[in-house]
Design a protein around this ligand. Sequence first.
Ligand SMILES: *Cc1c(COP(=O)(O)O)cnc(C)c1O
Length: 491
Amino acid sequence: MTMEAASTQRTHQSLWDVARPGRSGIRLPESDVPAQAMPEASLLRDELRLPEVSELDVVRHFTRLSQMNFAVDTNFYPLGSCTMKYNPKINDVVASQAGFSGIHPLQPEETVQGALELMHRLQEDLQAVTGMPASSLAPLAGAHGELAGVLMIKAYHDARGESDRKVMLIPDSAHGTNPASAAMGGFEVVSVPSDEMGRVDLAAVEAACDDRLAGLMITIPNTLGLFNPYIARVCELVHGAGGLVYGDGANMNALLGRARPYDLGFDVVHLNLHKTMSTPHGGGGPGAGPVCVGERLEPYLPSPVVERVDADGGARYRFATPTQSIGAMSAGHGNFGVLVRAYTYLRALGADGLRQASGDAVLNANYLRRKLEHVYRVAVDRTCMHEVVFSCRPQRDKGVKALDISKRMIDYGVHPPTMYFPLIVDEALMVEPTETESKETLDAFIAVMEAIAREVEESPDVLLEAPHFTPVGRLDEARAARQPDLRWQAP
Ligand SMILES: *Cc1c(COP(=O)(O)O)cnc(C)c1O
């Protein structure tokens, strides 16, 4: 067998290939309790099909699988909008302390005062970052925070006897979760176009401002990585018509310590703690999407919120439900482990560190923009914030799609950027380098992108078949979506 064949075989090996009857990785002590009668036979399986393997087999198997994974801990991961920045390990160390990881959501409040204090402090820190007077840590993801936000907007209008306000304006550059959340909240989604500078079209917002307007959901900076200098005016228009403004705070990485959504005119904003506040994410979670609100929405916050009560014996903390709360977002109090990581991150950086993080994030994105604009078309030619969107339309005209370019990046050890989003950019590649990458890493990425641009000219076939060096090549994505095989079974 060639070496290459041997390594491919290892890659595709399952534990069944190394299993041998009777082999075991553990030795159980003699049972010191009397044997019990078996349940009735109809409840029992004939055999439990599990591979019989040694401890070393198991260690090698899972270590090998872990190495097939792409991670920000191994390589550059410029996945736009997702903010795959480096997550300092101290966050995990703190979250795994027994006093945090070993507690139960239903434990009496007196026995978890430290955890409640941490949640209360995090609420205050997030309020400081957003400028908002109140917050709830309950939502479990960004999209979940959006749902909480639109339900609060609905509750606000209902309480004022204005249930006819049904229209939610959403710019055409929005993340798909925005219209989905608005629709789940019972609103009619009206899409607002962007102008040629990538900003929401002011005249279109103005035209939609009438007594059916419930609000506007807008991302700042938007998904083109662009700040909207007229954002305060946009908020004024919406408020003037009796609507409220929802801020998708997934891009807060660009604003930390520099601009506060409250000051810009927002009524509610969610934060993606797993993105901006450095929690490992990807593959579906876990995340946290706390909502921070202005005075108008404070009574409607989802429960619970954590309150501080100053008593004789010092401060005490307790869960509370706001007067007109939209209710609980889940069975628990939020994704506590993610909250601990976010608090640790905020405390480790402090106000100065957060300000530097946003400055470096924006600098890094603009460095890539300027260094790559001679080979890739910049979607909107303006100074960007923390991410930059390229359009591979010129490459497409030569027969190479944004998808092919992304697949080729994997061969060079780079995670592909977000592709085909925002939807308003043809052949989009959305690159977010984050503040945690060095100039050397960015320069290496620039060299990769230049090399790929040369391949588009000289050897496009290499791109069409990429990736060449991964355990699996191009997947049949349509089939994976239509006929997912979610249950692996022993052969
Ligand atoms: C990631 C993201 C969301 C959704 O957040 P989840 O935590 O994935 O639910 C919403 N809007 C924008 C702009 C995002 O980048």
